[in-house]
Design a binder for this molecule. Structure first.
Ligand code: NAI
Ligand code: ISE
Length: 346
């Protein structure tokens, strides 16, 4: 059967995912769409030439018998309510990050899903599908560099708009490192500290930028992440794991090498849409395929959404105190123990 998908939120990533489901991927079709801005929903349907019904709100869309799965791409604070309604109706959910903006909200979703009795939710942590991170994970799991000791990362955006605030560097930006790094090294976070280096003149007055985050895992791995959202030169994601027997590093994004005007040059990317385009395709294809094949999504779980929310919350506290703050996770339920292993799709 084709997975019939209803979309809640037709902004930047909502439209991008609608395009990939309807034009690039297989096994899924967009049958329903809604947005608080109904004009935006209609425009998205027209632009993509879809045969999809426009619904006035998420509740009516979820209730439709034309919908098997809900794609949640609205603003972060709206996610929790829509995901809970979808679980209540027994429908599958692909929810963009954040699963909910608070750890309590994520825990409500975890509990609702466990009460339902089988997995319904996948969270859009697409880096677990990026071929560079997948290769690094394989190398670590195969003990090719011995035990990981330290990780050095950078998450740089060219610039951000005026609505971007200092805490969003944790909840919106660092959250991708928070998710992918504990998955990479099979460890849990223990503590976090945030320091502010000299501020760039390119940041607006209300924003502290750049920021340096130090996470420590229960196993003792020390992770340093630079978040710099007005770096000006492009979109740049760096990750290097230092192990006992060697070092592995995320590959540079491929691009042709120019020899011109007495220069050797490679063009960089400018945004996340291009940088992770393959990973977005793979995460959604995996969502569709795993539901069609096994009746449950296979990717990052509600529990992963909860871990990210707890850790991001500790990071925001650490921003305010300047101290090393504990990351306090609950015990992972059996329900989530043997599932959510990302398939190897390079
Ligand atoms: P956006 O602002 O471009 O679009 C959000 C859309 O949701 C808007 O059209 C808005 O009218 C609609 N909306 C808001 N509340 C709604 C509600 N209650 N019901 C229905 N529609 C509602 O935002 P963008 O950039 O598309 O981000 C959406 C989500 O995706 C955010 O949570 C963001 O963090 C996440 N995101 C994830 C990325 C990734 O790399 N995985 C990249 C970019 C965004
Ligand atoms: C954005 O919301 C994303 O999710 C992107 O993947 C990330 O790189 C960017 O920094 C965020 O603002």
């Amino acid at each position: 059967m084709t997975l019939r998908i209803g979309v809640v939120g037709t902004g930047a990533i909502g439209r991008d995912h609608m395009r990939r489901i309807s034009k690039t991927l297989s096994g899924g079709e967009i049958t329903a769409v809604t947005d608080v801005n109904l004009e935006s929903a209609s425009l998205a349907v027209r632009e993509l030439d879809l045969n999809a019904e426009i619904f006035p709100d998420d509740a009516s869309l979820i209730a439709s018998d034309q919908v098997d799965a809900i794609l949640v791409t609205s603003w972060g604070p709206a996610h929790e309510g829509t995901v809970l309604k979808a679980i209540e109706a027994g429908k599958y959910v692909f929810c963009e990050k954040p699963l909910a903006v608070t750890a309590e909200g994520c825990m409500k979703i975890v509990n609702a899903e466990m009460r339902h009795g089988k997995r319904l939710v996948q969270v859009g942590f697409m880096r677990r599908y990026d071929s560079g991170y997948v290769q690094m994970k394989k190398a670590i799991d195969n003990h090719e560099i011995g035990e990981p000791l330290m990780i050095h990362c950078a998450h740089r955006n060219s610039e951000v708009n005026a609505a971007y605030t200092t805490d969003m560097a944790m909840t919106d930006t660092l959250v991708h490192e928070i998710d992918v790094l504990h998955w990479l090294v099979n460890d849990n976070y223990k503590s976090v500290q945030v320091v502010y280096p000299k501020k760039t003149r390119h940041a607006l007055e209300h924003l502290k930028d750049p920021q340096m985050i130090t996470l420590e895992t229960e196993g003792g791995i020390v992770i340093q992440v630079e978040v710099f959202v007005n770096c000006k030169y492009g979109y740049d994601i760096q990750c290097e794991v230092v192990g006992e027997d060697g070092i592995i590093k995320l590959p540079e994004v491929p691009g042709i090498v120019y020899r011109k005007d007495a220069q050797l040059r490679v063009n960089l990317l400018t945004d996340w849409k291009q940088r992770f385009i393959d990973a977005y395709d793979k995460e959604l294809q995996d969502f569709i395929d795993s539901i069609r094949e096994t009746g449950e999504p296979n990717g990052p779980t509600s529990w992963d959404g909860y871990v990210a929310a707890v850790t991001a919350g500790a990071c925001v506290t650490a921003q305010k105190t300047g101290e090393r703050e504990p990351v306090r996770l609950g015990v992972k339920p059996e329900f989530y123990k043997e599932i959510g292993k990302t398939k190897e799709i390079i």
